[in-house]
Ligand binder design. Structure first.
Ligand SMILES: O=P(O)(O)OC[C@H]1O[C@@H](O)[C@H](O)[C@@H]1O
Length: 145
């Protein structure tokens, strides 16, 4: 998949590790920054990744922050984005299977690097279940109109 990824100062180190993991697993990664661990505001980074997903320039997006909470709020402001903050495999599978999330948000201050890799792997491989969930997603999409 073509994956756009970004992180603020809190997620900078984990982003580098995940880029290596994603590349090793055959994905094409578009690193949207930040490129240093200097303190930065995360909303523009979220917008950049999410616009690439919404426009079709990327298949999926991954955003990393400290808690991931602000990033999730920002990402879900972008039309067409379904961003899920995932701390474990259960929520990751729900995020894909029920919510068809197209942006994964990770909390660098919560997750061990190995857990983050495991979550990314599950998120990329779990299909959307459709059915009743498609109807609910359409109800959510209607909120954007
Ligand atoms: O590190 P500081 O600037 O205190 O807070 C930024 C974090 O606040 C949270 O919403 C985000 O997860 C972001 O990473």
């Amino acid at each position: 998949m073509r994956i756009a990824i970004a992180a603020d100062h809190n997620g900078f180190a984990l982003k580098a590790r995940l880029i290596s993991w994603l590349t090793a697993h055959g994905h094409t990664v578009d690193d949207r920054g930040s490129h240093t661990d200097d303190t930065v505001d995360y909303p523009p980074l979220c917008v950049d990744v999410c616009r690439r997903v919404a426009d079709g320039a990327a298949d999926r997006g991954i955003v990393l922050g400290g808690s991931g909470l602000g990033e999730t709020i920002a990402c879900n402001k972008i039309r067409g984005i379904r961003a899920g903050l995932c701390h474990d495999l259960w929520s990751t599978r729900i995020s894909r299977g029920n919510n068809d999330s197209n942006v994964l948000v990770l909390a660098a201050k919560v997750l061990a690097p190995e857990a983050a890799e495991e979550i990314v792997g599950a998120w990329l491989s779990t299909p959307f279940n459709g059915g009743v969930h498609a109807r609910r997603l359409e109800q959510i999409s209607a909120l954007e109109r």
